[in-house]
Ligand binder design. Structure first.
Ligand SMILES: [Zn+2]
Length: 62
């Protein structure tokens, strides 16, 4: 499963949108996701998302 990711506009950190690239019903317009980095709700469009194909970003230090 290839995750659809967006960048948090506040921190620049990647945020998993909760959707997958091979989801049979991907959003056609926009969606919103709760951000684990800044705690805000980010609206995003499909054009802004990228697929996280295997290479996960370095996890943030705990
Ligand atoms: Zn955020």
């Amino acid at each position: 499963m290839v995750q659809l990711m967006i960048a948090c506009p506040m921190t620049g950190e990647p945020v998993f949108t909760g959707l997958y690239a091979d989801d049979p019903t991907p959003p056609t317009a926009s969606a919103a996701v709760g951000c684990p980095h800044c705690g805000d709700l980010h609206e995003w469009k499909r054009d802004e998302a990228w697929t996280e194909a295997g290479a996960a970003p370095a996890p943030a230090p705990a």
